[in-house]
Ligand binder design. Structure first.
Ligand SMILES: [Zn+2]
Length: 96
């Protein structure tokens, strides 16, 4: 799955994606002719992010936690699509 900078509001990540030379249509937010990055290239980044989380007892879903702790994604829709794709590919004790 390929994503564009508009899917995120994180400055560092936007910059990283914007520097990609692959241009096309975003699979997540459907922006046209954007620099795209294969999301698998961000797995390490997400892994690191998730490693900062511990299971908490509020039962809050991981994606809401990420969304509420970081204004990381540009929208809830983008967050859900991306996390649904990324999380099963990561190894973390947060998902159990
Ligand atoms: Zn996008």
């Amino acid at each position: 799955m390929k994503v564009c900078a508009s899917c995120f509001s994180d400055k560092e990540l936007k910059g990283f994606i914007s520097s990609s030379s692959a241009i096309g249509d975003c699979a997540v937010c459907e922006s046209k002719n954007q620099p795209l990055l294969n999301i698998s290239e961000l797995f390490d980044f997400f892994q690191e992010l998730l490693d900062n989380f511990k299971i908490d007892e509020s039962g809050m879903s991981l994606s809401s936690k990420i969304q509420s702790n970081w204004s990381f994604f540009s929208s809830h829709g983008a967050a859900n699509k991306i996390l649904n794709y990324v999380l099963p590919n990561l190894q973390t004790e947060v998902i159990s």
